[in-house]
Design a protein around this ligand. Sequence first.
Ligand code: NAD
Length: 492
Amino acid sequence: MKKNDRSRKNSEALTPIETTKEWKLLYFQHGRPGLEESSEFRGLCRHCEIRDICGIPKPESGVWRCVYYKALTRKKTNLYENVINQLEKAEDVVHFDRDICKILAETTNELVVHFPVKMDGGTVKMLTGYRVQHNNALGPFKGGLRFHPSVDIDEIRALSTLMTWKTAITNIPFGGAKGGLQIDPADYSIQELEKITRRFTFALGNNIGPEYDILAPDVNTNPKIMAWILDTYLSTVTPNERNRCLHVVTGKPIEAGGSQGRYKATGQGIVFLIEKWAEDHGFNLKGATYTVQGFGNVGSWAARLMKKNGSKLIAVEDVTGVILNKEGIDPDDLADYVMEQGGVLDYPRAKAIDHETFFGTKADIFIPAALENQITAETAEILNVKLVAEGANGPTDPEGDKVLQRKKIDLIPDILCNSGGVIVSYFEWLQNKRSEFWDLDEVDYKLQKMIVDAYERVRDTAEKYKVDWRTAAHIVAISRLETVYKERGIFP
Ligand code: NAD
């Protein structure tokens, strides 16, 4: 299978279409002539019936096929509702000022832009992009940019809110924002992707800016894309402003003003926290086993950096497939393979398993590092681990949370666990503003200090209020925002 086929097949396998009684979700997949039904996919060619529902246009060539993918976990729940429910849960414990909670329950600005892009074949395609700025009480709006078919305004609202909590927990002088384009990058050539990115940046105009709203990579975006954003933004400011605007985007390539350690920062932060958790619990990481869902930036770096503790990666799931080797999978070797092949599918030094077996695999630590709503009541029920370290944003839904608590599985919640990325983004922003360049040791040292401090604040809050860690993390974040609002008052 060619790399493009691989990512195409699987990203489309994620597009939810409908929920039935028998199947949690119906997925749609670009079929290929000769695609065989397997235990994982049950072929049912209902293309004509569902094409309008799924909204994916018929391709000009090739065979399409609809498949039911029996997925225990992938029921789409509204992430934004979950995020607001969690805010209310924290509010119930601490009785925060009601008026301030009213402010925090809303986003500040929601920008939807429609813009045309000329495709390679000469046709023009209209695309829709989102930028939601949740809150900037603590500093400029800050948050990633995601390219994914599931992107919609609710998802971006939720993710922008999580960014506000994240920057508040870590004591970073930023607010929260998020952006996204509802596209599958695998559908576009590299030239088209560049045009889409540049045109989207142009459409955002001065709604972003180095002291106003700063972008960064997220799902399916990377340093290269950040460099295009930077270049486009710089082209729109006056020449004497250009050198003062490098920090409009973080997660840039080092040569384009990026920071040492930014690319691995989210994974590095996760590993610092797992080490801290192990220290607190007298748990020996040497020989400990872990499983990882998502082997992109966050998952692969977390997996690779766990290796130095002598821990053993035994199972990985990504959008292309699921693999298991109880003797251990070398994360560096797997990362090379994924770089070449586009995913873990057919990795030769492990066997293929299915999604349910992956969730049921006994291990010490599980690192979800893919998309939201993966740990549900059903998957949490079969999880057999001591710790869940949430690399992804919103990977656990409220029902899943309850099951994790009942089973006494420890949790390092997303807004703390994956904050390493925004912490090092803050370092990059500072370096750009001051025309400095920090070495990797300095970046890692400062990251560890900030993220472990945040961990301790959350741990102590959980003990103080006798609440779960997710609620504690929200209490830490909202307390900080409440204090700022109380000091400043509400204009006018
Ligand atoms: P990425 O695009 O580099 O990787 C995403 C990975 O998830 C890929 O391996 C993909 O195959 C896999 N995946 C996608 N859908 C899947 C599914 N349904 N089942 C299994 N695997 C699936 O993205 P990333 O930057 O690593 O982000 C991953 C998560 O971490 C997201 O939730 C993101 O918001 C969060 N996050 C990222 C950063 C960052 O710095 N990049 C920072 C904080 C949080």
